[in-house]
Design a protein around this ligand. Structure first.
Ligand SMILES: Cc1cc2nc3c(=O)[nH]c(=O)nc-3n(C[C@H](O)[C@H](O)[C@H](O)COP(=O)(O)O)c2cc1C
Length: 173
């Protein structure tokens, strides 16, 4: 039997979401932030949105320099995911702290993460405030993807749990 549940609690029941390292800022203000609120908003042109709380340092950086990289981490980078999701770039160089390598982007000034098998370079097209987060919707203007990418090796997060993508149930024909 279903029970009436607090709407704020009810959203915790969602299955886990992809979790990414977002690169933002430029030059000496380069930063990384862990984001679970990430979604594809359009196929053509390809657009990806990230939900950022306004109190984040990354929010200031995105307002100043409206572009970002979406870097999809493998399981091995779980410690970096935690560090980039706990410390603030206001007082930490997160690339240095995590031992990650910044890579120059080709279409934007913001860096990507070399150790991530996927890096999407995005230019912000729209900013939408919804409740306690601001969604920056970016068009993917360049992308680098490792050959032979295994999507089972990527990281999901929700409700305090990190997981890997589960078994394949069926292929859509
Ligand atoms: C797994 C995980 C997912 C997170 N997802 C988000 C998110 O979607 N949006 C957000 O604003 N903060 C999210 N955070 C919190 C930020 O990553 C965290 O506050 C970070 O330290 C902010 O860094 P900054 O001050 O350098 O911007 C998440 C943290 C973790 C650990």
């Amino acid at each position: 039997m279903k029970k009436t549940t607090d709407p704020k609690e009810s959203i915790r029941t969602f299955p886990h979401f992809p979790t990414v390292l977002v690169g933002c800022g430029r030059e000496e203000k380069t930063n990384l932030i862990t984001i679970a609120l990430v979604h594809v908003f359009s196929f053509d042109p390809p657009c990806v949105g990230i939900g950022i709380a306004p109190q984040r340092y990354s929010f200031e950086l995105l307002r100043d320099n409206p572009e970002f990289t979406v870097n999809i981490p493998p399981h091995e980078l779980l410690d970096a995911v935690m560090i980039c999701g706990t410390l603030s770039g206001r007082d930490t160089d997160k690339f240095g702290e995590c031992g990650l390598t910044p890579t120059e982007s080709s279409e934007i000034a913001t860096c990507g993460v070399d150790e991530c098998p996927v890096t999407l370079e995005c230019k912000v097209m729209e900013e939408i405030t919804i409740g306690d987060h601001v969604w920056f919707i970016g068009q993917v203007v360049n992308a680098r993807v490792i050959e032979g990418l295994d999507r089972k090796e990527l990281v999901l997060y929700w409700g305090g749990e990190f997981r890997s993508p589960g078994e394949l149930l069926r292929e859509r024909k």
